[in-house]
Write a protein that binds this ligand. Structure first.
Ligand SMILES: [Zn+2]
Ligand SMILES: [Zn+2]
Length: 117
């Protein structure tokens, strides 16, 4: 019954290839997903396009709430974001920028943390 054994091996080989393919497709989809998300560097708001991001006013704008529009965060999407002034870390831009920075260039607590690129 050698033939049967080979057929089994073939089937396992095919399954492995399908799993590999699924993993690759999944990774590509994940990359494509991140490429279409844009974040405001002041408040962490998420947008599907730069045009919509820069079209609405930002409640955490350095000039004051609603005194300017969202600005594009030009860094890559990360597992954790670090404030470029003080080094504070947060898992997303929204939570990083939700508190005032003790080492802000305008003075202690004169502005919010800002994510490093
Ligand atoms: Zn914003
Ligand atoms: Zn900071």
């Amino acid at each position: 019954m050698c033939g049967e054994g080979n057929a089994m091996k073939d089937a396992i080989g095919k399954t492995k290839r399908w799993i590999m393919l699924a993993v690759i497709v999944g990774a590509v989809c994940a990359l494509a997903g991140t490429a279409t998300s844009f974040y405001c560097k002041y408040c962490g708001a998420k947008f599907s396009s730069v045009a919509s991001l820069t079209a609405s006013s930002c409640m955490r704008h350095p000039n004051g709430p609603g005194k300017g529009r969202h600005a594009l965060y030009e860094g890559s999407e990360k597992l954790s974001y670090t404030c470029k002034y003080c080094g504070r870390k947060a898992s997303d831009i929204r939570s990083l920028t939700s508190s005032k920075c003790m080492r802000h260039p305008d003075g202690p607590c004169k502005g919010w943390h800002e994510p490093a690129l």
